[in-house]
Each structure stands twice: as structure tokens, then as C-alpha cells.
Design a protein around this ligand. Structure first.
Ligand SMILES: [Zn+2]
Length: 349
């Protein structure tokens, strides 16, 4: 029996004698939202929007360009070094040791954190602003990652497989040179396992995938739905798990290795629009992850889902946007209402 997804909001108020109101009693209203599937929380309060600049800041592009030029010489991912300084896979996995698709090149991460941990880079592009990730480039990068993921899933024992991206230092990237990562193995990461477990429970309880219901419901309501084409649906999550988070759902692809060229193109297009918007808003660092269901072929109602978030802008003395709330309590801030963000994005797709 199918029930609609309930989007739960709760209002709290914090009262104190405020110097901002001449020490009179003031009350701040806080809105807390809970993700209907995972239970993760996101909070917004009056005035948080004005504080976004304190948290995320604005990019110092002159400083970013300086870092880009300083790190150019000796960069392991640039054309002069990449073929001698990066590892190779055995020929059984990838003939020649590295996989090439268009401008994208796939090779092993020198410091792997899972049985499968590959890097996908564009050797010719030492530095890219978010708006410079064109649909073509992302198509080649994601296409190479999926291609490689398929070979690896065939050759190795893998339970989970994701494609991820850290861009710029505040996003956790150790190199300025843009790159994606293919990450898979047998020990399923905690959050991926949570998605799988909750999605399977939902499917069992409602007889329909949470993610299919989410797409249908959000598309019908329209408030947070942004754009959909070729089976890829972009929306802004009700309770975001990061700054300016956008989400894509590919209901018909169960695993990352099931993504076809049309899916990849629609994911690349959406990412391009969102990244360009981040840059327009003064941001430069971001993360995205393409999640998929279990590679053993079981359908637990978790399809391919893409999540993209903005991180603190790159500048001198930047502060991280992750603090106790995110890292230790498992909550997130909403600087602006997801519904407002969706309205902005809709005009850009
Ligand atoms: Zn480089």
C-alpha cells in the first residue's frame, strides 16, 4: 500500500535578551527539517541567509590563479608527468594500464582507500573554474569513470561503487588539477549502507521505491523539482545534506555501471548548470558523488543518485563550512530555502 512521502518540518524558538534589540527579549524562529528517508536534519533560522557569506565566503580568484600557476610546474596530472608519475593497472583490467576516453584519463590512485580507487583526470586542464566544467568535459570524465567501473566490476569482487569529485582545497582536493575518483570495494561506506537499508525498508513497506515516489511527488508538486530529461531528474532536496545541495535521481539505473550515454549526458548537463551557478555566486569549491545500488544485482529500491554541494569558497584564511553540527551531530544548515534555490536553478537549466 502506497503512502505519500511526508515532509516533516518543526519550528523551535530561541528566546534571549538581545543586544541587537536594546537588550529587550527577542525570539529567533528556527525551522528544522528531516529527510524523509534517512532522518538527517537541516536547520534554517532567521538571519542565516545573511550569514552565508561568513560561512562560505566569496572566492579570491587572483589568489586561486596564483595557486594554479604555482602548482603547474611539477604537477603529476599535467601532460609532461602524468604518464611517468602515475600508476598503471594490470593489462587484464585495462589494456595498456590506463583508460582514455576523449580528454579523460583513468589510472590508479597512488594512495588507495578501497580495493578499487581510481583517479580520472584531464591532463591538459591544470585548473578549471566551476563554470569551465563543460558538458563535453564532464561527459568524457564521467563516461570514462563508468566505462572503467564496468571493467572493474567484472574483474574484481566489488559490493559498492561510486564516482566522486573533490574540487579545490576547501572541497578536500589535495591537488589543484581537477579530477574525479572511482571508489569501490567490499566494505560498504556507512552512508551508502544507510541509503541501501532505508531504501530497501521503504520498498518493503510501500511496495514502491522511495526514489521513484520522490521524483513523482516532487515533479507533481513542482516546488523543488528543477529539470528532467532522458530518465534523469534534478531537484533540490527538502532537507539538504550540504550547502546549496542539488540532487539527481536516475530511477531506471540501479547501479553506476548501468548508466547509459543519455543518462551521463543529462547528469553532465545538470552538473554544468549547477557548477556555473556556484561560480556566479562567488563559490569555487564543491563535491559531488554519483551513488549506486549494490553491485550484486539485488534491487533494494536504491537507484543511481547524484548529490552535489558547494563548499567554502577558496580564499586566504578560508574557514571550513563543516563544524560540530555537520561532523559530529549529523545536521546541516540551510542558508536559503530549498524551494527558493529550486526556483533559481529552474531558470538556469
Ligand atoms: Zn596539473
Amino acid at each position: 500500500m502506497t503512502h505519500a512521502i511526508q515532509f516533516e518540518r518543526h519550528e523551535e524558538s530561541a528566546a534571549f535578551f538581545s543586544p541587537l534589540a536594546g537588550m529587550a527579549l527577542a525570539e529567533d524562529r528556527i525551522e528544522a527539517r528531516r529527510d524523509p528517508l534517512t532522518g538527517m536534519t537541516a536547520v534554517a533560522s532567521a538571519g542565516l541567509e545573511a550569514k552565508e557569506e561568513m560561512f562560505l565566503g566569496k572566492t579570491d580568484w587572483a589568489y586561486a590563479d596564483l595557486l594554479a600557476s604555482r602548482s603547474r610546474e611539477g604537477c603529476f596530472f599535467c601532460p609532461e608527468k602524468v604518464l611517468e608519475a602515475t600508476p598503471k593497472y594490470p593489462d587484464e583490467l585495462v589494456p595498456g594500464g590506463r583508460l582514455q576516453r576523449g580528454r579523460a584519463l583513468v589510472f590508479p590512485n597512488l594512495f588507495p582507500l578501497a580495493a578499487l580507487h581510481a583517479v580520472v583526470t584531464y591532463p591538459e586542464m591544470h585548473f578549471l573554474r566551476p563554470s569551465e566544467f563543460t558538458p563535453g568535459l564532464l561527459n568524457e570524465g564521467l563516461g570514462a569513470a563508468v566505462d572503467f567501473g564496468r571493467r572493474a566490476a567484472h574483474a574484481l569482487v566489488l559490493t559498492h561503487l561510486s564516482i566522486a569529485c573533490n574540487h579545490m582545497l576547501p572541497g578536500g582536493a589535495s591537488l589543484v588539477h581537477p579530477h574525479l575518483q572511482v571508489f569501490g570495494g567490499e566494505t560498504v561506506p556507512w552512508l551508502v549502507q544507510l541509503y541501501w537499508d532505508r531504501s530497501a525498508e521503504w520498498l518493503g513497506r510501500h511496495g514502491e521505491s522511495y526514489w521513484r515516489m520522490l521524483v513523482e511527488q516532487e515533479q507533481a508538486a513542482g516546488e523543488r523539482y528543477v529539470w528532467g530529461v532522458d530518465g534523469v531528474h534534478w531537484l533540490v532536496p527538502f532537507a539538504p545534506a550540504g550547502a546549496r545541495e542539488a540532487l539527481a535521481v536516475v530511477p531506471d539505473a540501479g547501479r553506476v555501471t548501468d548508466l547509459d550515454d543519455e543518462h551521463i549526458a543529462a547528469i553532465a548537463h545538470g552538473l554544468t548548470r549547477i557548477l556555473a551557478w556556484y561560480e556566479e555566486e562567488g563559490l569555487s569549491a564543491f563535491n559531488f558523488t554519483v551513488y549506486g545500488g549494490p553491485l550484486d544485482g539485488s534491487d533494494g529500491g536504491f537507484p543511481v543518485v547524484v548529490r552535489v554541494i558547494a563548499r567554502t569558497a577558496f580564499k586566504q584564511d578560508y574557514r571550513t563550512d563543516d563544524y560540530f553540527l555537520q561532523k559530529q551531530l549529523g545536521g546541516e544548515l540551510m542558508f536559503a530555502a530549498p524551494e527558493e534555490m529550486a526556483a533559481k536553478l529552474r531558470a538556469l537549466f
